[in-house]
Design a protein around this ligand. Structure first.
Ligand code: NAD
Length: 489
C-alpha cells in the first residue's frame, strides 16, 4: 500500500463515505507513516447500517434455507482463500505483525470461521422430548432455533480479522444480519470482507461495516441503537462495562470476550525445551498483544534459574523489522498510544523493585523504522504478587517469572487475579495435569501447548474475562433464539 487510500463504510452492499465526509488517519505501526484515511462514522451511518441490516432480515436472506446459507458461507471462505494475499497484505499493513503470523494463523482462521460454523449449523440436531399426557396419547416437544436479528459486532485490533470473523461467521450461519464496528486501529480486513460478500452474492444489508471510534462515536451509537437485538464484543473489560450499560436499555443480550492476566505454570517434570518454546510463544507472539498471552509465569524452583536463562536467550534472539521480510519474527506494538501504556508499565516494574532480566525499553531501530511503535520484549523477576505489572493486564511483550514450591501454592497464585481467561500448564505427569486443570479458575486451559484451537470447543473467560462461551454449538446459544413447540398427539 504505497499511497494512502480512502477506506469507506460498507452499508447495504455499497462502499460509502459519511454524510459529513469526515476521515481520520491510520498510521503504520512499523514506521509511523499514514497508510489510509478512514471514514469516521457517526449516528447517521449507524442508522443507515442498522436499517439495511433489519430490512435484509425480511428480504432474500431471511427466506434462504439453511443449506443455501451454508453454501454461501462456504463461498465466503473460499473467496477469502482465493484472495489470501490481499488479506495478508491488509492485515500486515494494519498491525505490522510478521507475515508468517498472518499466513499461518490469522488469515486461515478467518476463512475457517465461516466453514466451521456453516458445518455446525448444518449438522446440529434439534432437541426433542416425548411426554405423557392424562389421555394416554402423549405430546411431542421440539426446539427450533431462529435468528436473533441484527447483531452489533464490536471488535479489537490485536487479531482483527480472526476476531471479527469469529463473530460474523456464526452470526450469519444462524441467519442473522450484522453491523460491524472494527477497531479504529485496524479497519482494512473488515472492509475487504465487504468486497468478498459482494463477489459471493451475499444479499445486500446482511454484512455492514461502519468505521469510527468507541465512546461518543460509531461504537457507542451501535450499542445504543434500538434496532440492534444483541451485541457481541471483544475488547477491554472496562469497555465491556460501558457496553453492558448501553445494552441494558431494551434488555439486549451480550456476549463478551474481555481481558486476561494469564498464568503459565511450569513444573520441574515438564519437557523443558517444549515449555521454554511454549512460554516464549505465549508471552511474545504478536508482540504480546494476545488476550490469551502469558504475562505471569510460575516455574517450579528446581528449574527456575535454568528456565529464566533459556527464555532470556530466546527473547534476545528475536528479529525486529518490516513484516514483509520473512526473516523477521517480531513486530511493533499497534500504536504510539499503546506503546506509551506498555512503557509506563516497564517504568513501574523498575520502580516497584523488579530485577530486569532483559529488555525494558525501546530498541535502536534503523532511521526508516524509527517512527514505528517498537518496544523490547521484556522479562522481570523478583516482584511481589501485589505489583501492578503482576496484577494488571499490560497487553505487551513482557512477563514476570516467579518460583514456586508446591502444586497448592501455584494454584493459589494463578487464581489470585480478577481475570480468568486462560492458563497453560507444562508437566509430563498426566494426573497432575488433570488435577491442576480442574482447579484453575479460567475458561480455557492448555496442557503442554498454547493457542491450539479446535473451533468446536467452548471458548471464553470466567471472572472479569468475559460473559458466555463461543465456539461450535456454544455460539448458537447466543446467535439464536431457541423456541419450544409442543404438539399434543
Ligand atoms: P478496546 O476495548 O479499547 O476496543 C475494542 C473495540 O471497542 C474497538 O472497536 C473500540 O473502538 C470499541 N469501543 C471502545 N469504547 C467503546 C464504547 N464505549 N462503546 C462501544 N464501543 C467501544 O480494546 P482493544 O484495545 O481494541 O483490544 C485489546 C483488549 O481486548 C485487551 O484487553 C484484550 O485482552 C482484549 N481481547 C480479548 C479477547 C478474548 O477473546 N477474551 C481477544 C482479543 C482481545
Amino acid at each position: 500500500m504505497s499511497q494512502p487510500q480512502r477506506i469507506h463504510h460498507f452499508i447495504n452492499g455499497e462502499f460509502t463515505a459519511s454524510p459529513d465526509a469526515r476521515y481520520f488517519d491510520k498510521r503504520s505501526p512499523v514506521d509511523g507513516s499514514v497508510i489510509a484515511h478512514i471514514a469516521e462514522g457517526g449516528k447517521a451511518d449507524i442508522d443507515d447500517a442498522v436499517k439495511a441490516a433489519r430490512s435484509a432480515l425480511k428480504g432474500e436472506w431471511g427466506k434462504l434455507s439453511t443449506d443455501q446459507r451454508v453454501d454461501l458461507l462456504y463461498g465466503v471462505a473460499n473467496e477469502i482463500t482465493r484472495r489470501f494475499d490481499d488479506f495478508v497484505a491488509a492485515e500486515m499493513a494494519d498491525t505490522g505483525q510478521p507475515s508468517h503470523v498472518q499466513k499461518h494463523v490469522f488469515i486461515p482462521r478467518g476463512a475457517a470461521n465461516f466453514k466451521v460454523f456453516a458445518d455446525v449449523i448444518k449438522n446440529v440436531a434439534a432437541e426433542s422430548f416425548r411426554m405423557a399426557t392424562p389421555d394416554g396419547k402423549g405430546a411431542l416437544n421440539y426446539a427450533i432455533r431462529n435468528p436473533k436479528g441484527v447483531i452489533g459486532v464490536i471488535s479489537p485490533w490485536n487479531a482483527p480479522f480472526l476476531l471479527m470473523t469469529w463473530k460474523v461467521g456464526p452470526a450469519l450461519a444462524c441467519g442473522n444480519t450484522v453491523v460491524v464496528k472494527p477497531s479504529e486501529e485496524t479497519p482494512l480486513t473488515a472492509t475487504l470482507l465487504g468486497e468478498v460478500m459482494n463477489t459471493v452474492g451475499i444479499p445486500k444489508g446482511v454484512y455492514n461495516v461502519v468505521n469510527g471510534f468507541g465512546p461518543e462515536s460509531a461504537g457507542a451509537y451501535l450499542t445504543q441503537h434500538p434496532g440492534v437485538d444483541a451485541i457481541t464484543f471483544t475488547g477491554e473489560t472496562r469497555t465491556g462495562t460501558a457496553i453492558m450499560k448501553a445494552a441494558a436499555e431494551g434488555m439486549r443480550d451480550v456476549s463478551f470476550e474481555l481481558g486476561g492476566k494469564n498464568a503459565g505454570i511450569v513444573f520441574a517434570d515438564c519437557n523443558f525445551d517444549a515449555a521454554v518454546d511454549g512460554i516464549f510463544r505465549s508471552a511474545f507472539l504478536n508482540t504480546g498483544q494476545v488476550c490469551l498471552g502469558t504475562e505471569r509465569v510460575y516455574v517450579e524452583r528446581p528449574i527456575f534459574e535454568r528456565f529464566v536463562r533459556a527464555l532470556k536467550a530466546k527473547v534476545e534472539a528475536v528479529r525486529y523489522g518490516r513484516p514483509e521480510n520473512s526473516a523477521n519474527n517480531y513486530g511493533p506494538l499497534i500504536s504510539q498510544e499503546h506503546r506509551d501504556k506498555v512503557l509506563s508499565y516497564y517504568k513501574k516494574a523498575v520502580a516497584e523493585g523488579a530485577t530486569l532480566v532483559t529488555g525494558g525499553g525501546v530498541p535502536d531501530m534503523p532511521a526508516e523504522l524509527a517512527g514505528g511503535s517498537w518496544v523490547q520484549p521484556t522479562i522481570w523477576t523478583g516482584l511481589p504478587e501485589t505489583a501492578a505489572v503482576v496484577r494488571e493486564e499490560i497487553f505487551g511483550p513482557c512477563c514476570h517469572i516467579r518460583p514456586f514450591d508446591s502444586e497448592d501454592e501455584v494454584i493459589e497464585l494463578a487464581n489470585d487475579n480478577e481475570y480468568g481467561l486462560a492458563t497453560t500448564i507444562w508437566t509430563e505427569n498426566l494426573s497432575r495435569a488433570h488435577r491442576v486443570a480442574e482447579r484453575v479458575e479460567v475458561g480455557v486451559t492448555w496442557v503442554n501447548s498454547w493457542f491450539l484451537r479446535d473451533l468446536r470447543t467452548p471458548f471464553g473467560g470466567s471472572k472479569q474475562s468475559g460473559i458466555g462461551r463461543e465456539g461450535g454449538v456454544h455460539s448458537l446459544e447466543f446467535y439464536t433464539e431457541t423456541r419450544n413447540v409442543c404438539i399434543k398427539l
